[in-house]
Design a protein around this ligand. Structure first.
Ligand SMILES: [Zn+2]
Length: 210
């Protein structure tokens, strides 16, 4: 079982991203024969990441981690739906992973599609794509009005960060298993966003239990 607490796991992600953003290569990301052999027996991912499917945000690379390090769930718009909650429950229970990070990013197509949809509602959208937009939409409408004067980029950033916070909240409260692990077992669910421009990840500012 995983022995790394949430705060130490978060520190590893911060350090990994700093290496990535500085174009420095870590030694732990390569899959050596020894590491592969070790991973056939078991996995102990130190963090669970719910990220976006965007090709420009490859989670392991962004945090400079290798095979066996991260339990990654990717879906357009890093939304929360039952199967995604189930994936988090599975990893947190099975591997004892104590940190969950929802990772959004700048220029997210799912966020842009939601904003477009609010400006110009379409009727011919696929019901499957609509299921994603509908999960991002709550809260975004009000942000468009509030940040309109600051321009389209500001609206997009506000919508993206609000979407990360919404997913964090849904994960924290969307499952009795996760709620229980948070209350009694040191599980931390937090959020972060990745900048395509400088390669840096910014984390939600929160105090973590040690
Ligand atoms: Zn995206």
């Amino acid at each position: 079982m995983n022995r790394l607490g949430a705060a130490a796991a978060l520190q590893k992600l911060r350090e990994g991203n700093a290496r990535f953003a500085a174009h420095a290569r870590g030694t732990g990301t390569l899959l050596t024969a020894a590491r592969r052999a070790q991973l056939t027996a078991a996995q102990e991912p130190f963090a669970i990441v719910l990220g976006c499917s965007d090709s420009r945000v490859p989670v392991e690379l962004v945090f400079n981690q290798g095979p066996g390090d991260l339990f990654v769930i990717r879906v357009a718009g890093n939304i929360v739906a039952p199967s995604l909650i189930g994936s988090v429950e599975f990893a947190a229970e099975r591997f004892g992973t104590r940190l969950v990070v929802v990772l959004g990013h700048s220029s997210c197509g799912a966020i842009e599609a939601t904003i477009e949809e609010l400006h110009r509602p379409t009727t011919n959208q696929s019901p499957n794509l609509r299921a994603i937009v509908d999960r991002i939409r709550p809260g975004v409408e009000e942000l468009i009005t509030r940040h309109k004067a600051e321009g389209a980029l500001a609206v997009e950033h506000a919508a993206m960060t609000a979407n990360v916070r919404a997913s964090v909240k849904q994960l924290r409260h969307g499952s009795a298993i996760i709620e229980g692990l948070i209350a009694t077992d040191g599980l931390v669910v937090t959020g972060a966003w990745y900048s395509l421009e400088d390669g840096k990840v910014e984390f939600l500012e929160e105090t973590l239990p040690a």
